[in-house]
Design a protein around this ligand. Sequence first.
Ligand SMILES: [Mg+2]
Length: 399
Amino acid sequence: MRWILHCDLNNFFASVEMLKNPEYRKIPMAVSGDPNKRHGIILAKNQIAKKYGIYTPETVFSALRKCPNLVLVKPHYEEYVKYSNLVNDIYLKYTDKVERFSIDEAFLDVTESINIFGTPYKIAYKIKEEIKSRYGLTISVGISFNKSLAKLGSDLKKPDAITVLDYDNYKRKIYNLPVEMLIYVGKNTKEKLNKMGIKTIGQLALSNKYRIVKHLGKLGEQIYNYANGLDNERVKFYYEKEERKSVSKGITFESDIDNVVQIEREFSKLASRVSYLLRSIDMKASIIAISFKDNMFITSSRQKRVEYTNSYDKILNAVLELLNDNYINGTKIRYICVNASGLKGNNNDNIQLDLFNIYDNKNIANDKKSSAIKAMDKLKHKYGDKVDYCSALDFKNKT
Ligand SMILES: [Mg+2]
């Protein structure tokens, strides 16, 4: 049996700002992409701000409406990276299987550490206390026999808390929770499940697997398994780098589509997912390809060279160009795919800043767009393909 910890720094960006400026502990405060512009996005908030109903990510405009006294602080990414690395160094004292999930979250496989350091709870407690006493930051820890339950556990009690979900108690502790508390159950998936009469994790666990797969595909199978405590995914080693040759994303439609605007829209979603994937593995691509399968199952594929990129706009441009050159109006499309290859690593001096998965590291503080992208990357990290940049841009246009 495995023992996995999910460690989550509480209100991380806001907590680091409060370390630097303790006055912020007494007032409603939030870190936002661009505090001077009202369409900036709230990236983190302190507990007092949370009481006003401010959430992440929401626009500064809407947050200020809820709390006119809200103090907005611009992000100090170098500081966050510094603390994140320091905290990861503490994790590494207990195991070399430390998989960073984001700037403020990591999975630890401590199965083989138990003989040396004691029970998983003891290990979690030592880690939590050491981070608190050395750096003044708190974490919440979920402990379980797999990653998805450990992740869920860290959300159950916070801040500064430990939750154990083991074989004996996990059903009792999670069955009554809303289904969207499971990792990868975003807004759309939640709505689909709710429509099927599934509101809790227990209802999902006890549902008919084939019905879930029929409605939600591969994701459905995954979350059904998670609800049933089935998840074999391993925790990667801290220094492990995956060799990727290409990344791709495809989608099969429930019914064929032949409306150009709709096809473009679907392709833009895939461009968004591919650009996110590239940023999350810290790579850029030099070949962008699209393929589509028509209702006769004939597949067309076209590709084009681009300057090394992982930006949504550039990938989208290439995709739309390929589409416009190759799609014959009226053809009914059943499946589309975007593929990025010819990859190379992001040889960037500020490589650590890529943890934030942003377009341009040099313009972080002032670049509204990159902070929006960053907030979206964070969401994508949590909710997967249910979140896309095109919707982020729609969102931006509305505000
Ligand atoms: Mg956190």
